[in-house]
Design a protein around this ligand. Structure first.
Ligand code: SGN
Ligand code: CA
Length: 750
C-alpha cells in the first residue's frame, strides 16, 4: 500500500560515481548473472547503514537543533546535519523505550506490533526489517540497549544490555544467553564493541547495517569520569516553563509524578551518599545502584568530585540558607549537568564512528543516522522523563548523512515518524517494503532535498498506552500536524488543542475557544480518519483501570477466587453484571446460589477492559460449563464507539474464551436496551452492535440470547419500573433476566 520503490529505480540527483554504481548494478541484474556472483557485485554497491540510537536524548541537548537555551555542544552529532540533513519534525509513535523500539523493528504502530508498554514482550515471529535485510544479504548487528524482552532476531550478531542495563561496569547478554561483564563506562563500551564489529563486517565485502544503541543519557544520568569537569561553574538557563502550574489544560497534568521539584531521588538522581537527609525535598531513602557497581578506583574519582559539592549543598540546607525555589534551582542544575555530561560521551562515540568511516574509506557508501527512542523534558513544564504528547518528548532527534543523495546542510520540516525507519532501511537496500508496514520510506524525502513530496503525510498519529504506571502519565493519543496538536485523554474523555504557532510551549488548550471551532472539528475528523487508516480500534486493545483503587482491588479479589477453580457458571461484563451483587443479589442467591457461580462484572468496563482482565488472571483456574457474556454498553455510553468496532471487541473476547476455555459454552447476551425510547442514540448504537454480534453465535458452543422483550413495552419504551436509570435493572429486572436465561443454562448442562 505504501511500499516505495527501491531508490535505484527512482529519479535521483546523484553524483557521477553514484550513477555509475547504479548502472553497473542494473547491468548485472539485466544479465541475470548467477546468484552468487550477482550477490557479490550488487552487495558491494548497496549502501551500508549505521544507525546510532540513544535513549532519552532530547533535541534541546543537540546543538544542531539550535535550542533556544544553547545548553551544550555536540560537534560530532552535528556533523551529520552539516554534511547531511536535520529533521525538525521527527516524532515517535509512542514515547517510551520498548514501544519506540518495537515500532522501529516492525514499521507498525504499537497496537499492531503488540508492544504497547514497557515490560511487554516483543513477539519475535513478526516481520521485522532486520530479518528482511538479513535475507537480502546484509550483515546485521545490534549492540547496546534493546529492552524488548525477547532476544533479538534477524541479527547475525548481537550483544545487548539486560533490560535498562547499567552505566558502570555493565553486563551484556551474549548470543549464547550467557552474561559478560565489562569493566568501564557503558557508552564507551558500546562504541568499542560497535567499532570491533564494523571492522570485521567491512572486511567481508557484503553490505552491513549496525544498530549501535546507547543506554545514555537515560535516567539516572551517570556521567563518565572524563567529563566530570566539563561544565564546571556553568549555570544553565532554566526553561521558561520550569514552574508551570498546568493552568489552562487538563487537570491530569497536575497529577504527574515527574517534576524536577518533587520527584528527584536523593541517591540515584541527585547523587548523594547515605540516607535521604531531606525527605521533604527528595524522594527515596538513598542509595545508588550504579555507585555500588563501581570499582574502588572509580568510586574514589567519583567521590572526589561529587562529595565536596554535595557537602556544600547539605551545609547550606542545614544552615537554612536555601529557599524552596533555590532548592529547585539546585536540583535543576545538578540534573542538567549530569544529563549533558552523559550526552557528551554519546557524542564522543559518534565522533569515533565517523572518524573510523573516514579512515576506512567507507564514508561515501555508508548512511549514518542519529536518533533516540524519544525526546525528553529538560525542565520544560517542570518535568524530566517523557510519555506525554507535548513537543519535547513527542519529538525524536533525526539526523542523517548520505553522501551523494542528501545534499549537505539540509533542514527538513517533513513530518516523519519512527515507523518510517524500517521501510527506509529496506528501501535503501532495494528490498520491497511489505504492505503490512505502516510507515513510509524516507528515501523520496532524502532525494527531494528534504522537502516532503506532494503525497507525503499531513499529520502523524501518536498513542501512549502505559496508563498509570511510572510518573503517573495517563493514556493519551492524538494527531500532530505542522501547526496544531490535538490530544485526547480517554480517562477524562477530554480533548486538548494547541496552536503550535501561537503557543509553541503548549501552555493553553484552545479546544473550547470559539475561534478554534473549525480547527477542532477538522482535527477531530483527521484523528478519526487516521485511527481508521492505522487500524486503531480501542475496543480490541486490552486496557486496565488499575489507577482506580476499587477496580484494582476487585480485580485482585476476583482473580484470587478464580485461582481456586470450582466454578460452573461465570458471568462476564460491566455494571449490569456487577449489579448481581447489588439490586440482583436476592435473585442471584435464588437462581445461582448453589450452582458454583462467579461474578466477573466490573462497573464501567468496556470490551477492552474485559479483554485485559481475561488475559491477566481473572479466569484463574476455572473451567466453567457456561459463561454468560454481556459487554459493550459502556463502549456506547462513554465513547459512542462505532458499532462495528465494539462488535470486533466482543468477537475478540469470544476468541480469548475459546482459546482459554475451549470446553466452556457461551451465552452471548444481547446488550440490554438503554434510554427511554426506541430512538435514543445509545439504544440505537447498542442495537447496531447486537445486530453484528448475533452473527458470532454458532448455536452450539456460542448461543445468542436477546432478552430485551422482557424489559420493553409494546411500543419500545423502556419502563423505569424495571430500569430506574434507564440502563441498569432493578430487582424485578434481574428476576426477568434470570428467568430468560434459565432455558439456555439448562440446555447447556447446568
Ligand atoms: C525507569 C526510570 C523511569 C523511566 C522508565 C522508562 N526510573 O523506570 O524514570 O520513565 O525507566 O524509561 S529509574 O528510577 O529506574 O531510573 S524508558 O526509556 O526505558 O522507557
Ligand atoms: Ca527511552
Amino acid at each position: 500500500m505504501q511500499a516505495m520503490k527501491a531508490p535505484c529505480s527512482q529519479s535521483v540527483r546523484p553524483s557521477v560515481a553514484a550513477v555509475l554504481r547504479l548502472l553497473i548494478l542494473a547491468f548485472c541484474w539485466a544479465l541475470a548473472i548467477v546468484p552468487a556472483s550477482r550477490g557479490a557485485n550488487a552487495a558491494a554497491q548497496r549502501p551500508n547503514i549505521i544507525f546510532v540510537f540513544s535513549d532519552d536524548h532530547a533535541l534541546q541537548a543537540i546543538s544542531a537543533y539550535g535550542s533556544a537555551l544553547h545548553l551544550n555542544q555536540t560537534p560530532n552529532i552535528d556533523r551529520l546535519a552539516t554534511e547531511g540533513a536535520l529533521f525538525v519534525n521527527s516524532f515517535c509513535a509512542n514515547s517510551l523505550c520498548g514501544p519506540s523500539r518495537a515500532c522501529i523493528q516492525t514499521g507498525k504502530h504499537s497496537h499492531l506490533n503488540g508492544f504497547m508498554r514497557n515490560g511487554d514482550r516483543f513477539d519475535p515471529t513478526q516481520t521485522t526489517f532486520p530479518k528482511l535485510l538479513q535475507r537480502a544479504g546484509y550483515q546485521t548487528a545490534v549492540i547496546g540497549k534493546w529492552h524488548l524482552g525477547s532476544d533479538p532476531v534477524g541479527f547475525d550478531y548481537w550483544e545487548v544490555l539486560p533490560g535498562q542495563g547499567n552505566y558502570y561496569n555493565p553486563d551484556f547478554i551474549q548470543m549464547d544467553g550467557k552474561r559478560k561483564r565489562y569493566t568501564g563506562y557503558c557508552t564507551d563500551i558500546i562504541t568499542d564493541l560497535s567499532l570491533d564489529w564494523l571492522k570485521q563486517a567491512s572486511a567481508k565485502g557484503q553490505p552491513f547495517i549496525l544498530m549501535c544503541q546507547q543506554k545514555a543519557p537515560h535516567r539516572n544520568w551517570m556521567p563518565p569520569e572524563r567529563h566530570f569537569d566539563l561544565f564546571e561553574g556553568r549555570q544553565f538557563p532554566e526553561p521558561a516553563t520550569l514552574r508551570d502550574d498546568y493552568a489552562g489544560r487538563s487537570r491530569l497534568l497536575q497529577e504527574n509524578q515527574m517534576t524536577v521539584r518533587d520527584y528527584m531521588s536523593w541517591g540515584a538522581d541527585m547523587k548523594f551518599q547515605g540516607e535521604n537527609q531531606f525527605p521533604k525535598y527528595f524522594t527515596g531513602r538513598g542509595g545508588n545502584g550504579e555507585y555500588n557497581r563501581m570499582t574502588p578506583e572509580q568510586r574514589a574519582t567519583w567521590d572526589a568530585w561529587y562529595e565536596p559539592r554535595n557537602q556544600e549543598f547539605i551545609r547550606r540546607m542545614e544552615a537554612g540558607e536555601l529557599s524552596d525555589d533555590q532548592i529547585l534551582q539546585w536540583k535543576y542544575q545538578r540534573y542538567l549537568h549530569d544529563y549533558l555530561k552523559c550526552v557528551q560521551a554519546v557524542d564522543d562515540g559518534v565522533g569515533r564512528i565517523l572518524e573510523w568511516l573516514d579512515q576506512s574509506g567507507l564514508a561515501d557508501n555508508t548512511i549514518v543516522i542519529y536518533s533516540s527512542d524519544q525526546g525528553f523534558y529538560l525542565g520544560e513544564h517542570g518535568w524530566f522523563d517523557k510519555r506525554w504528547m507535548f513537543e519535547e518528548s513527542l519529538k525524536m532527534p533525526f539526523l542523517v548523512r548520505w553522501p551523494g543523495v542528501i545534499p549537505a546542510g539540509v533542514k527538513s520540516t517533513a513530518l516523519i515518524q519512527n515507523i518510517d525507519y524500517g521501510p527506509t532501511f529496506l528501501d535503501v537496500a532495494g528490498v520491497p517494503v511489505p504492505a503490512e508496514m505502516q510507515g513510509r520510506s524516507l528515501v523520496p524525502v532524502f532525494q527531494n532535498g528534504g522537502r516532503a513530496p506532494a503525497d507525503w503525510r499531513d499529520a502523524v498519529y501518536y498513542a501512549y498506552y502505559e496508563n498509570v504506571a511510572a510518573h503517573n502519565v495517563p493514556m493519551q493519543d492524538g494527531v500532530r500536524t505542522e501547526s496544531y496538536k490535538l490530544m485526547f485523554f480517554p480517562r477524562t474523555r477530554e480533548w486538548q488543542l494547541f496552536d503550535l504557532v501561537k503557543d509553541p510551549q503548549e501552555m493553553s488548550s484552545v479546544h473550547q475557544d470559539a475561534d478554534y471551532a473549525d480547527v477542532l472539528r477538522g482535527l477531530q475528523q483527521r484523528y478519526r480518519d487516521l485511527r481508521r487508516f492505522y487500524d486503531v480500534n480501542t475496543a480490541t486493545i486490552p486496557a486496565h483501570r488499575r489507577g482506580e483503587t476499587w477496580w484494582r482491588q476487585r480485580e485482585t479479589a476476583k482473580s484470587a477466587l478464580a485461582k481456586e477453580g470450582n466454578v460452573d457458571l461465570v458471568f462476564i461484563g460491566d455494571s449490569i453484571t456487577q449489579g448481581w451483587e447489588g439490586a440482583g443479589k436476592e435473585v442471584w442467591q435464588e437462581f445461582y446460589g448453589d450452582r458454583r457461580a462467579l461474578n466477573l462484572g466490573f462497573s464501567g468496563d468496556r470490551t477492552e477492559h474485559v479483554l485485559w482482565r481475561l488475559t491477566h488472571g481473572n479466569l484463574g483456574q476455572i473451567k466453567p460449563k457456561v459463561a454468560v457474556v454481556m459487554i459493550g454498553t459502556n463502549n456506547t455510553g462513554h465513547l459512542m464507539q462505532d458499532p462495528a468496532e465494539v462488535a470486533a471487541g466482543v468477537s475478540e473476547i469470544l476468541q480469548v474464551l475459546e482459546q482459554r476455555l475451549p470446553d466452556t459454552r457461551i451465552v452471548l447476551n444481547a446488550i440490554f436496551p438503554r434510554g427511554a425510547t426506541p430512538l435514543d442514540a445509545g439504544r440505537l448504537n447498542n442495537l447496531a452492535i447486537n445486530q453484528r454480534i448475533r452473527r458470532l453465535a454458532d448455536g452450539k458452543r456460542v448461543q445468542y440470547v436477546d432478552v430485551s422483550d422482557r424489559f420493553l413495552t409494546g411500543d419500545g419504551t423502556l419502563p423505569k419500573e424495571l430500569m430506574p436509570d434507564l440502563l441498569h435493572p432493578n430487582t424485578e429486572g434481574y428476576r426477568r433476566w434470570a428467568e430468560a436465561l434459565e432455558p439456555s443454562l439448562r440446555r447447556m448442562g447446568l
